[in-house]
Ligand binder design. Structure first.
Ligand code: 13P
Length: 268
């Protein structure tokens, strides 16, 4: 659960304003329980030592592992995330995991709307909104993934697509009785797992637009980039003003690579 202490360690403003970076490893469905825990135990101290007032580390793992990870990292600054959570309250929804049940095992939040879920499970913007609502109702941090396909990018529809995806997200934020903290992860579908990364100009366009769009909404917003982030491109990407961190897939499965991404200096 996000108590005030935990919540306050996440970036509340664009990075340029407080120089804070959040790095979330998305391990997807790569590892078994045993493999996940072996990584988490082996690198526990190193991950903790990488966390500081300017750096927050999060791990988004298989639901099988969340309780053990939350126990292992209890009282440490490392945040534990699910990769998805249900759009409904606990009840007759076979195979889903309720936000309330994530909160009960001390998860900090969940990814929602990842493009792999939109693609393989046909998740809509409305469904993502319902998932966000459930997370916020349980005081959990939503990490909402958005991004355009290559076809949409080529048709110059990127900002239109992002606007549609965000419209439901902003409705949800506006419906809360108290302002909430939310993370948006911009992950172009064509950059995920492909080795392709948008140009800096393309990213500046998107992140300037995102940052303005979020600034007019209630709550606080952290903006992450995801899609083929590696140690080789991280320092350049870190130079983007409104960027508040990364959501890292493949490269997060290799501890040395992940550590280099976290520790590399900004190149502008
Ligand atoms: P890759 O870093 O493997 O491209 O994956 C990005 C991603 O989907 C993170 O959620």
């Amino acid at each position: 659960m996000l108590d005030d202490t935990i919540n306050s360690s996440f970036v509340k403003e664009p990075r340029a304003m407080n120089n804070h970076f959040t790095y979330i490893a998305n391990w997807k469905m790569n590892w078994s329980f045993q493999q996940t825990m072996a990584f988490a135990i082996t690198h526990k101290n190193a991950l903790i030592s990488m966390s500081n007032t300017h750096t927050t580390i999060g791990l988004a793992a298989s639901p099988l592992t969340l309780q053990s990870l939350a126990q292992l990292y209890n009282t440490t600054p490392i945040k534990i995330f699910a990769q998805d959570s249900a759009a409904q309250q606990p009840g007759a929804y076979t195979g889903d995991v309720a936000a309330a049940h994530l909160a009960a095992i001390n998860c900090n939040g969940s990814l929602i709307g990842h493009s792999e879920r939109r693609r393989y499970h046909h998740e809509t913007n409305e469904l993502v909104q319902a998932k966000m609502q459930q997370l916020l109702a349980c005081n959990l941090l939503p990490v909402i993934c958005i991004g355009e396909t290559l076809e949409q990018r080529n048709k110059d529809e990127t900002l239109v697509v992002l606007e549609q995806q965000l419209s439901n997200v902003f409705s949800c934020a506006a419906a809360q009785s108290e302002p909430t903290h939310n993370i948006i992860a911009y992950e172009p579908v064509w950059a995920i797992g492909t080795g392709l990364v948008p140009t800096i100009e393309q990213l500046i366009e998107v992140f300037s637009w995102l940052s303005k769009a979020c600034a007019s909404q209630p709550g606080t917003w952290t903006l992450l980039y995801g899609g083929s982030v590696t140690a080789a491109n991280a320092s350049t990407l870190k130079g983007i003003d409104q960027l508040g961190g990364f959501l890292i897939g493949g490269a997060s499965l290799d501890f040395q690579e992940f550590e280099k991404i976290v520790k590399c200096q900004i190149v502008v």
